[in-house]
Design a protein around this ligand. Sequence first.
Ligand code: AMP
Length: 364
Amino acid sequence: MNIGVIGGGQLARMLALAGYPLGLKLICLEPNANCPAAEVAEVIKGDYADPKQLQALADRVDVITYEFENINLSALAAITHPPIYPAINALAVAQDRLSEKTFFNQLDIPTTQFAAINSLEELYSAARKIGLPAVLKTRRWGYDGKGQVVIHAMDELEPAWLQLQHQPLLLENKVPFQREVSCLAVRSTLGETAFYPLVMNQHQAGILRLSQVVTEEDEVAAAARDYVGRILNEWNYVGVLAVEFFEDKGCLFANEIAPRVHNSGHWSIEGAVSSQFENHLRAVAGLPLGATTANGYTAMVNFIGSVPPLATILKIQGVHCHLYGKEARPGRKLGHATICSVDKNSYSQQLQALCALAGFENSV
Ligand code: AMP
């Protein structure tokens, strides 16, 4: 079976690696011929928004999926065959923070307070209503904390507006969260559904640095599964879905949807019975899903901007290292490492060593 992927970054690379043992061949559409997926999959060099290139991909594959959200919807909608999973309606909602939050609220999933902002006057009035501190965000094309300004005082509204004004914006209250968590689930074309354990995430400068699998089952984990389950059902969703939440005093506030495999699920390559990458492929290919249970205590650390020497990383007992073959640049995700242990003490020691090596201070 041939699976088409829009995009050829590290997510496509890890999808291709998961497809190999199952005999699933990936073909990626990607403008950069030296992309991370190119070493392990065929790449059609072309623009994602070019209908001809999309059709060239469609003509060669049995199903199409994607590894990022910022795809031109009308170009994608013109593809009548093969099926595209996750479906375009999920992508349309995930592309706009306002649609995302409105959609969450329609399903009775709590969010921050929010308001669409199209003028400085609207920003003043929303800030008075929502209160400060608040976060002004671009509605579209934001990722890894880009296109966001935190506002603490009324006199910071105008500078924030001047910085971001050329795009549709959204103001939301800043949540004094105790934890950020994400819930990943997968649903197949056959309607089979499975949830990965809840993951606790730590960011630095808006970029994910550390994901730790939450081993304790509690009401928060159950609420996250309930919310994500509502989304899967509402959309008859197919593929892996990730939802990020802020947790404040035991309550979850949905922040973002990713209708794709997600960085906070990379731990599952070695840390779960079946990884998010394998299950995404199984789901879109109409195959039975694999178990999503964790193989013990497990965590993933991202290498951002630079990668420590491989020999140093591999000195950590039990570590699994994934490098994406990308050129080093500040703020760029270049690879990740996962630890996984059935012994809690070894896990904690290995995690501290890995965080120290990756230049990240683990605050939990
Ligand atoms: P986002 O692009 O919305 O995922 O934001 C990136 C990161 O910025 C989040 O993971 C949070 O750490 C922080 N952040 C964004 N929005 C808020 C908010 N409303 N309250 C508190 N922190 C936020």
